[in-house]
Write a protein that binds this ligand. Structure first.
Ligand SMILES: O=C(O)CCC(=O)C(=O)O
Length: 276
């Protein structure tokens, strides 16, 4: 993999594609585990999250720790220049057959800190696809560069993950429409899309007859270099203690730890006027 070119793309465009990172054996295990977890959810979960399909914390199954600490993922992060990443959270986002699109949003929370207005990747998603994914069955859509440059949507969108949008009961809403500059990111099963939490992104609906499952894992690739108030906030993880205890060997090196005395940053999910 040409990590230098990938890193340049991540800094410039806010994302890059890491091809064939997850092997077939791991994919098979992940399909079985995620299908089991999805089958255990109540109907209300799917009604609440129609736009995502599902939004299930990966801590519902201990096997997921093996994905979070999967050597090919950590090697790719190191190849990109992130040799001491920390993990935050993760979700099983699975679109059932014939399901609606996901609305435009960005997931950043630290817009109060000047670091959010630099090319640095504070927080990134790794979207791990368990099936081949195209515009037909719900591939990712992104607005390249929107982690650094203001887009019309920044001012037009309601707060990220607003309840009504998640229910997808008004597909005519601006948040579900085509957006200026958007690109599709079709992938093969086992590919991983890496991107900045600040990047505007959405997903097509799934118009196929097969389930489309993506596992989104969130990492802090340069945790130790982040401003201390951000480290202080992130160190207070909400990992379930029994899940952590069961997977301590794998997860301990990836746990964000902060021992200073800075107060945690106040969250702000909306970019300020510095984003131009
Ligand atoms: O499931 C997808 O295609 C995208 C998920 C997403 O946007 C997110 O996790 O923020």
């Amino acid at each position: 993999m040409d990590y230098k070119a990938k890193r340049e793309q991540l800094d410039r465009d806010g994302f890059c594609l890491l091809e064939s990172l997850i092997g077939e054996d791991m994919l098979e295990r992940l399909r079985a585990v995620t299908d089991g977890v999805i089958a255990r959810q109540e109907a209300a979960h799917f009604a609440r999250n129609r736009a995502q399909g599902s939004l299930i914390r990966v801590t519902e199954d201990p096997f997921m720790a093996r994905l979070i600490a999967n050597p090919p993922i950590l090697e790719a992060l190191a190849g990109l220049g992130f040799s001491d990443p920390k993990y935050g959270s993760g979700f099983i986002i699975s679109k059932p057959p014939q399901s609606p699109p996901l609305f435009w949003h960005q997931d950043a929370r630290f817009w109060n800190d000047p670091i959010s207005y630099t090319p640095r990747t504070i927080q990134c998603f790794l979207m791990i696809y368990l099936v081949d994914t195209t515009p037909h069955n719900g591939c990712l859509r992104l607005i390249p560069g929107s982690h650094l440059k203001r887009h019309r949507l920044h001012d037009a969108l309601p707060d990220a993950h607003e309840d009504d949008l998640s229910k997808a009961d008004d597909i005519a809403h601006l948040a579900f429409q085509r957006a200026e500059g958007e690109v599709d990111v079709p992938v093969k099963a086992g590919d991983v899309v890496m991107g900045s939490a600040r990047l505007l992104h959405a997903a097509h609906g799934n118009r196929s007859d097969q389930r489309r499952t993506n596992i989104t894992l969130w990492y802090y690739p340069e945790f130790a270099k982040l401003p201390e108030p951000i480290q202080a906030y992130l160190a207070d993880t909400n990992w379930p203690p029994e899940w952590y205890a069961e997977n301590r060997d794998l997860l301990a090196p990836l746990r964000p730890v902060y021992e200073g005395d800075a107060a945690p940053i106040t969250l702000n999910r909306k970019p300020g006027p510095q984003l131009r």
